[in-house]
Design a protein around this ligand. Structure first.
Ligand code: 13P
Length: 251
């Protein structure tokens, strides 16, 4: 009933030439693995090379951020309309690194989510608790708050273009993966928050990914959980063999 989405988040890695070579190598490896959506979210500068290389394949291209205004005096920013025109279909919104290093707040995450979805992109909205918040017992409250804030103003209909990624901050880039049960529980809180606003039936249709040190060794177990509908993958998405193994686990 829910679409599984396996998405790479390259972060600040890869040049356009490396992007072209990577996708040309990956495409035959994941050919026919159509039981999930396969997405690569790449740096803005790599988007044209990625879109070109992914043409005619089952790989979709995403961006890593989007601005919330349509145009204007916002030096260095990129609008949803520009991304759509460049052939982008997905965009990561509210990644914890943007929250941590670039002043992203729940309000700006919401604005970016609205801009993305209104332009026809699918937003991969990231939520997640820090280790301190987890240890203080705030995980459920925080995940529900972040989810509801990010989706404010998104209609039931527009939820079709929303993927939520539960990424515990303590599991990102650390090699410490949440256990499959922790991932399932976190994703369950996200789904419960969606149910509280949109109803249970609708919440059951929304794809909720897990992200944080997902790799070729742990993907199958994580993805076997009822609330884990895919993955948002950092480090392991930079290697064609590892990423392919994760896509395979989802198939
Ligand atoms: P890692 O897979 O490198 O832990 O990164 C996860 C992530 O932040 C994906 O958005």
């Amino acid at each position: 009933m829910r679409r599984t989405v396996i998405a790479g988040n390259w972060k600040m890695n890869m040049t356009p030439a490396e992007t072209k070579a990577f996708i040309e190598e990956l495409a035959p490896m994941v050919k026919g693995m159509d039981k999930c959506d396969i997405v690569l979210c790449v740096p803005a500068i790599d988007v044209p090379a990625a879109v070109e290389a992914a043409k005619g394949t089952n790989i979709k291209i995403g961006a890593e951020n989007v601005h919330f205004k349509e145009s204007g005096a916002y030096t260095g920013e990129i609008s949803a309309k520009m991304l759509v025109a460049a052939g982008v279909e997905y965009v990561v919104v509210g990644h914890s690194e943007r929250r941590q290093y670039f002043g992203e707040t729940d309000q700006t995450v919401n604005l970016r989510t609205l801009a993305a979805v209104n332009a026809g992109l699918t937003a991969i909205v990231c939520v997640g608790e820090t280790l301190e918040q987890r240890e203080l017992g705030y995980t459920e409250t925080l995940l529900k708050y972040q989810t509801k804030m990010a989706l404010t103003g998104i209609s039931k209909e527009q939820l079709k273009n929303i993927v939520v990624a539960y990424e515990p901050v303590w599991a990102i880039g650390t090699g410490v993966t949440a256990t499959a049960d922790q991932a399932d529980e976190g994703n369950g809180y996200v789904r419960a928050a969606i149910a509280e606003v949109y109803g249970k039936d609708v919440a059951e249709t929304v794809t909720v990914q897990y992200g944080g040190s997902m790799n070729d060794g742990n993907a199958a177990e994580l993805l076997s959980k009822v609330n884990v509908d895919g993955g948002l993958i950092g480090g392991a998405s930079l290697k064609t063999d590892k990423f392919t193994a994760i896509v395979k686990a989802a198939n």
